[in-house]
Design a protein around this ligand. Sequence first.
Ligand code: B12
Ligand code: SF4
Length: 445
Amino acid sequence: MRVLLVQTNTLLDEPPIFPLGLAYLATALRTAGHHVCGYDRNLGIGDSAALCRALGTVRPDVVGVSIRNIKNARPGMHLSTIDEHRSVLREIRSHAPEARIVVGGSGFSLYATELMQAIPEIDLGVFGEGEESFPALLDALDTPQSVKGVLFREDGAVRFTGRCSPVPFGLAGLPDWRMFDVRAYAREPMGVAVQAKRGCALDCIHCSNHYLFQRTLRIREPGAVVDELEGLVHDFGLNAFMFADEIFNHPRSHADAIAEEMLRRGLNLRWTGWFKERGLTEESVKLWQRAGCQAMFFSPDVASNELLDLWGKGLQEEDLYRAVEVLRRVGMSGEWNFMINGPGETPASLAKLGKFLIKSKLKLGSRFRLNGCFVLVVRIYPHTRLQAYAIEHGVLRPDDDLLEPVYYNPPPMSRWTAPLLSLLGATWRARQCARRLKNPAAYRD
Ligand code: B12
Ligand code: SF4
């Protein structure tokens, strides 16, 4: 079967990121005997003719469309990307009326039924990881009800065959890095990401990852991870990347083994990743630094014991402070994410956040960076514990499908967070306009 894999737009005003999910699927589909091509809409935004040409050249039986993001967080707001996805799907339908359109990706899976109801161009959907379901679906396009992990239409309704068990990681092969233009992404430090494991063992109140990818940790053999990195250096001259793991240092021994192997092979790569503060040791951070780690990203989200417990972060205040101290001793940079006025926030917990920010800044100076303005208040995602909590606390209507952003931002604190958000949003928009006027070519929409 001829399959065209299409990456829809991700962020319009930020460096794009390599379509890793589709690269994994390309290998799985080829192994199953299909003829696979790719079209990266993410690099060709605005160039509808190119998508049309790709459809004309490949004449696909199936177009597999990846919807990665459903929202983009910006200072003071979340922008919805649904209209863009809809217009890409309409373009595909109008230029390939005979092809079946199958959609997947984490943005899609979060709102799979709602998106299929809202976008009639989608014929079939795949929930979560696609390495097993997608090839199986291609063998059963007329009987999709027989394949696990699939959404299909029947009698005007959208039906789901139920989720698959977690895919044994690596069984369906490694990403086909030649599918898309790695070099175009490698110019940005986070443009290319490599997965060393799948899944996250935690279940933070606001996070949808356990719903999408389940809590089972599936860890790759460290040597295999470094083989993949070595291949990227050799084939594409990669010099910087990010680990796409939810938490790179969980378990720590795995992170250490990868770093040791990178050092043993003399890989001269700069890299970053998401880390957990608990159990961080000076020894490991030094090792990661020697292996090329440039900065560590943390997302404790809140900074008081009461909230860390309520949010299910698996952390205590002392873990946060100890991590800052370890970074100081090693001379490593860090970037932290926090959210305010989320579940359980009180003036006392805010004061603890303020104390943490001041103390950390004093300790780390320019090595302490904050990404907090980006998210600021918590968006409520479907299938999270926060959704139930918000309904229980009267912050969310039980019938809200959450396709449009809804925030957990209740009074009385919203009296000042709401104007602050508007101000941040307006400032961001003004800066974007100014940048765009100055350098229109740098923007992709
Ligand atoms: C690493 C990561 C990042 C890194 C990316 C680095 C890089 N170069 O890739 C950074 C930090 C830069 C990042 C940024 C953002 N991210 Co991010 N990120 C992740 C994370 C942890 C891993 C993504 C990943 O690579 N997974 C591995 C690949 C193999 O999986 P995959 O792409 O999902 O593909 C599989 C399936 O989805 C499916 N599939 C995918 N496409 C298709 C298509 C078809 C046809 C089929 C059948 C199946 C299918 O099969 C694939 C193989 O199993 C995920 C959470 C997660 N656990 O996935 C969040 C996640 C993808 N990010 C998310 C978001 C929101 C963002 C941002 C928009 C944040 C922001 N600014 O608001 C930006 C967007 C950046 C951009 N330019 O697009 C959300 C997206 C969903 C949503 N809420 O909209 C996620 C799911 C987190 C979450 N739980 O909310 N991110
Ligand atoms: S640690 Fe990160 S990925 Fe894991 S549940 Fe918490 S927020 Fe989600």
